[in-house]
Design a protein around this ligand. Structure first.
Ligand code: HEC
Length: 157
């Protein structure tokens, strides 16, 4: 019993100490996805969809939930954002090559059609961020049209 008490106290102390540490937040000022929107011209509906279901992990700005103030959850979220941005950062669109953009669009379609994105851990906690079948169809159509533009751009004049 004594040992159990010591262990519990140890855990409480570790938890409290952790609260003094927090990862750097992913916050951008202004219109950080302007280049992406200008170049790919999504419908207002799709634009809203990217904002609500993707940008938190795939852009330079995350709208944090209240529980991000609690460690170690904050570290876990920061890790997701870091990893998400490494694969795809909508705020960095202007810096991607044509090939990379074309390939990312293909992957966006694949991930959404297969139901891998947005991550289910995310949609469970964020109401209204899951993507409906109707939205998936619209996204697929937009990907097809946008890829044609990028593929034409790739061809020599
Ligand atoms: C909760 C965070 C989160 C959200 C929300 C999210 N993603 Fe991701 N995404 C990730 C992470 C982490 C990875 C990298 C690891 C993986 O593939 O699971 C990733 C990877 C990807 C990839 C690259 C896959 C590859 O094979 O390289 C694409 C494309 C993608 N996401 C698209 C989207 C789109 C589109 C949305 C919105 C509809 C979205 N994601 C929403 C976290 C997220």
């Amino acid at each position: 019993m004594k040992l159990l008490k010591k262990i519990s106290l140890g855990i409480v102390i570790i938890f409290i100490t952790l609260q003094f540490f927090s990862p750097t937040k992913n916050i951008a000022a202004g219109n950080h996805t302007e280049a992406f929107i200008d170049q790919t011209n999504p419908t207002p509906e799709l634009k809203r969809l990217f904002e609500s279901s993707c940008y938190d992990c795939h852009s330079n700005h995350t709208d944090y939930p209240w529980y991000n103030n609690i460690a170690p959850i904050s570290f876990w979220l920061a890790d997701h954002v870091k990893e998400g941005k490494e694969h795809l950062n909508f705020s960095d669109w202007a810096n991607y090559s044509l090939d990379k953009k074309d390939n990312l669009l293909k992957e966006i379609e694949e991930e959404v059609v297969n139901g891998n994105m947005p991550l289910s851990q995310y949609t469970i906690f964020h109401n209204g961020t899951a993507i409906s079948a109707n939205e998936v169809n619209k996204l697929v159509e937009w990907v097809r049209q946008t890829r044609i533009i990028y593929q034409l751009g790739k061809q020599p004049n």
